[in-house]
Design a protein around this ligand. Structure first.
Ligand code: PMP
Length: 410
């Protein structure tokens, strides 16, 4: 049985207090907390076999390499990549997208071509494409969002055209919480011969994601949002695409042979992992994946849908609170972005912090979409496996307290 109260015991940080109150951590879309199993994996790594991977013939190096490559296999299995070589370890989602914007777009986007993203992209899936468009004389086009904060599929045929070379969209929005209709978007991209990339930062940690079923060419995600340390992430890419791509960074480990005036490239995935990789955090990502698999990703998703539905219902009772995104909890991830009357989200965040409650306030790195909605900032409560209905109750009660407090203050 999925039991968040039992799960909480694996997360030492959840036992701490903030301003004398038990910590209620509702900022999981920014980063997740780490279970003891992941922390212990890191400790074991440094205490038992820390050594550079792929380089040594000595025992420690072989043990480290074996664990690093096992972590790659775990990541591949987690997203149903047909081969471990389709998993490139990077720092985070941002680096994964930049890798594609640099290594792939350089040779595949030209003057007059189109790159399509959506209106609700995180800056990480917008700013790199602005640079490609400016450098190549290409057009950066936007898929609009519906009033419910979902990518509007009725616009697919007009926005995605035979000049489109890449469609790159957010799978689950970190602002509206919408689970976007990505299969339809991918089908249209492939129909015109474009590649299809998914920003999976908010989907991979929270629901089953199958790259074969989604039929995406690239998928980017970050370990730190799924119980692993910061500094490790994944770019999944279809092997046939990766094979044709030039390297991203150049240096050690990504080469096969080097002369003074030229070099040849190593096999996949090493060709895209220049220099000493972050193997300790990759191994810890493997432990995080083990932890999530033991819970079962269907159960993780179910828990968050239920918690989201519970929160949406409770928020609906608060007259001054407006929630962004789809009304139906099954169309969204376990996150609720909202405004609370005239209270500035930063004031609200500070008020809640004094109650021990951590939420995110600001534009969540999605400034253009906030601007489009006429908002400067919003508050966001985002859930994970260890959050409970009791915590949602505490949040709602504190929101009521804040609304009363600021009504008096003004
Ligand atoms: N895309 C989305 C949808 C995100 O929510 C985030 C993190 N807020 C990112 C990309 C960037 O992730 P990272 O900072 O780990 O690169």
């Amino acid at each position: 049985m999925f039991d968040p109260k039992a799960i909480r015991k694996d997360f030492p940080i959840l036992a701490r207090t903030v301003h004398g109150k038990p910590l209620v951590y509702l900022d999981n879309a920014a980063t997740s907390q780490k279970p003891r199993q992941v922390i212990q994996t890191l400790v074991e790594c440094y205490e038992m076999y820390n050594s550079n991977v792929h380089r040594g013939v000595h025992t420690l190096s072989m043990e480290a390499t074996e664990r690093y490559e096992t972590a790659r296999q775990k990541a591949a299995d987690f997203i149903k990549s047909p081969a471990p070589e389709g998993v490139i370890f990077v720092r985070n989602t941002t680096e994964a997208i930049n890798l594609v914007a640099s290594a792939w777009a350089t040779d595949n986007v030209g003057r007059g071509d189109e790159i399509v993203v959506s209106e609700m992209e995180h800056h990480s899936n917008l700013v790199p494409w602005q640079k490609v468009a400016a450098q190549k004389g290409a057009h950066l086009k936007l898929l609009p969002a519906t009033d419910d904060g979902v990518i509007d599929v009725t616009a697919l045929d007009t926005v995605i055209t035979p000049r489109t070379k890449l469609v790159s969209v957010v799978h689950v929005s970190n602002v509206t919480g919408a689970v976007n209709p990505v299969k339809e978007i991918g089908r249209r991209a492939h129909q015109v011969g474009a590649l299809f990339m998914l920003d999976g930062a908010q989907s991979v940690p929270h629901m089953p994601v199958d790259v074969q079923d989604l039929d995406c060419d690239f998928l980017a995600f970050s370990g730190h949002k799924m119980m692993a340390p910061p500094g490790i992430g994944v770019l999944y890419a279809r092997l046939s695409v990766l094979e044709k791509m030039e390297p991203f960074l150049r240096g050690g480990e990504m080469v096969r042979e080097v002369w003074y005036d030229h070099a040849t490239w190593n096999d996949l995935p090493n060709k895209f992992e220049a220099g000493t990789p972050n193997f300790t955090d990759a191994v810890a990502l493997g432990a995080a994946i083990d932890y999530l698999n033991a819970l079962g990703m269907d159960a993780v998703r179910q828990h968050e849908v239920e918690l989201g539905a519970y929160a949406l219902k409770a928020f609906a009772q608060l007259e001054e609170v407006d929630v962004l995104g789809p009304k139906d909890a099954r169309q969204r991830a376990g996150l609720v972005t909202f405004t609370a009357g005239d209270i500035h989200p930063h004031d609200l965040g500070t008020f809640l912090d004094h109650e021990g409650i951590a939420i995110r306030t600001g534009h969540h790195c999605v400034m253009p979409y906030h601007r489009k909605l006429g908002l400067v900032a919003t508050g966001r409560a985002s859930f994970y496996v260890y959050n409970t209905n009791d915590e949602v109750d505490l949040l709602v009660q504190s929101l009521k307290n804040a609304l009363a407090y600021f009504a008096h203050a003004s």
